[in-house]
Write a protein that binds this ligand. Sequence first.
Ligand code: KG4
Ligand code: ZN
Length: 365
Amino acid sequence: MHFYDLPRAEGPVLGIETSCDETAAAVLDGAGKVLAEVVLSQLAEHAPHGGVVPEIAARAHLHHLPELVKRVMGEAGLRYGDLAGVAATSGPGLIGGLIVGSSFAKGIALAQKKPFVAVNHLEAHALSPRLPGLFPEDVPFPYLLMLLSGGHCQCVAVLGVGNYRRLGSTLDDAVGEAFDKVAKLLGLPWPGGPYLERLAALGDPSAFPLPRPLLGRPGCDFSFSGLKTAVAQLVASKPPGPLAQSFAADLAASFQQAVTEVLADRAAHAMEAFRAYSPDTSHLVMAGGVAANQTIRAAVAEQAKAQGFEFFAPPSSLCTDNAVMVAWAGIERLRLGLCDGLDFSPRPRWPLETLSHSGKSLPAR
Ligand code: KG4
Ligand code: ZN
């Protein structure tokens, strides 16, 4: 498909995110400056069900996305013809939402004869710390990424755009998923991570000797289901009905403490493993919704310092799902002359390490 009419990534890029329960759109200029962005959470739609319902999510994306895109384009003061490209999360994620977002982006790309970039959601998280102006210095390749979210939990060596090595990942639940499940056991609203953090602040982190799964073991895999079961057993030992506030707070604090110690330990092992890829660089980035947790952030930052790594955690709004990171991943790819055909099928499963050779080259100009 040879129909591109703007210089490579010299102009603004529209990004669209619809892989889970956030409908988001953003416009960045060619240098990566955010011109407009909006994130619409579907919390209210899913909360009564205690989790994301894929069909409800897909319908909500379809309902809200056109208006959202119109809004960011208006706020950016741009017409579609001004865009240098359109980037949409095309996997991994819930297939209904992926189809909505990527089809919408393809429609604009086709009508305006602009390149379409099928963005891997994990790559968008992985590249987010490179957004210009985020940190006093730019974060250069290679770096170590701990991606800690509701759907993903992995340590990755980020060697370059499309070039990733997974060093470890969860054997069962993602860390955010564990937070959400434990929060539910404690009677907190969904999604429970932020509520659990607030409750934990009122409790004693050493009240319950909960397990620390995989702590001290070689490698940097994670496991959280045993920890969650231990919490469930303690809750089950109480009479039915609402838990006493002090018991719930102590349990929340003890759970958060166990997770924090495990994550700091896994970070330590990941940093060791990362040295094999890059003996001379030492940057650790933490991203994903759980990176918003202050106790976890502080513990991993301290561990990084102890091992001589510089620690970066993007602001919470860029850690949780958003379209700025999608547009930025699009810009990084377009700068390398990479884009995708309009026949690209969204991928519910799309591991980072299979990305290396995805995308095709923009035609020579
Ligand atoms: O990255 P994200 O917005 O979406 C996914 O891709 O999953 O992460 C959402 C997850 C949820 O599980 C949520 O409970 C968790 O991040 N989370 C937190 C905190 N804020 C969000 N977990 C612990 N502490 C927090 N402060
Ligand atoms: Zn995410």
